[in-house]
Ligand binder design. Sequence first.
Ligand code: AVI
Length: 328
Amino acid sequence: MTPSTIARSSFADDVRHYLQLRPRQLPSQYLYDTLGSALFDAICELPWYRITRAESRLLARHREQIFSHLPGLMNIVELGPGDGRKLRTLVEGTTEPLTAHLVDVSAGALARAAHTLSDALHIDVVTHEASFESGLDTIAREIRRSAAADATATGSAGRTLVLFLGSNIGNFDPPASAALLDRIAAVLQRGDAFLLGADLVKPERDLLIAYDDPLGVSAAFNLNVLLRINRELGGNFDLRGFRHRAAWNAALSRMEMFAVSTRRQHVRIEALGLQLDLEEREPIWTESSYKYTAEGLIDQLENAGFETVAQWIDREDPFALTLARKRT
Ligand code: AVI
């Protein structure tokens, strides 16, 4: 079974399962079909969504310093490289030859990222069309195999840096993010490193406009998941019967996105044999985006077995880049 067939069968299973929960839900990973990914790229260009620019500024400003903490670095692994621009910005901080392993379930995203990196001549790009977990396992095996061969030839084995940028961690709930950090730590060797980009808590009005922008791009990004169900699973969602809602949940420190039914309506999803009766104002919860404190990020990394080497914060648009090293 290829990763894309796994993704498709779990889309159907997940839609069936999550749409029948109360409150109804759809996992946020399904926002990213071809149109959803293009809409997310557009969100990153909006003046109100500042994560991407804040992180790029930090990477450009501190990249030499980041590499100065990583002597003997040979491999960079990026989980969810997007269009590849973040990694492109980072690797301009070194002239050392490196292998970049890009992990994503989307072949299209991997091709785009590889293309963005193609003129960085010191970077050898290897793509892995896989989930983060299975990609990490495959890469760890490959790196260990070639490190063993290198160590025999040169007496040294190179270090690995894992990147998880763009505040992608924010779309994992606390147990899932702890599990992912544990998994990353488990595949790394002592002295290998992890660079985490995460969005920080900021005033509510800044968060609300970032997730509900005046141009309506966030709304289109959100409601597109219903269109995807229509297209891929034979659903009959009438998108005019839904509106986008973004809300700050202060108690759980997260932004939440919903597709809210504007009237009582009946929806059929042919491929699932599923019928839904939605009430007026009934929400379908489509995404959570956790926001952190700088100290909270250090604690999470410590709990997963990392020690923080450095943390850089963009004060203009609160965002943190944290470099940590595997402890034992
Ligand atoms: C990809 N992820 C980190 C974005 C976020 O901010 O949670 C997705 C997004 N959702 C709405 N706008 C952007």
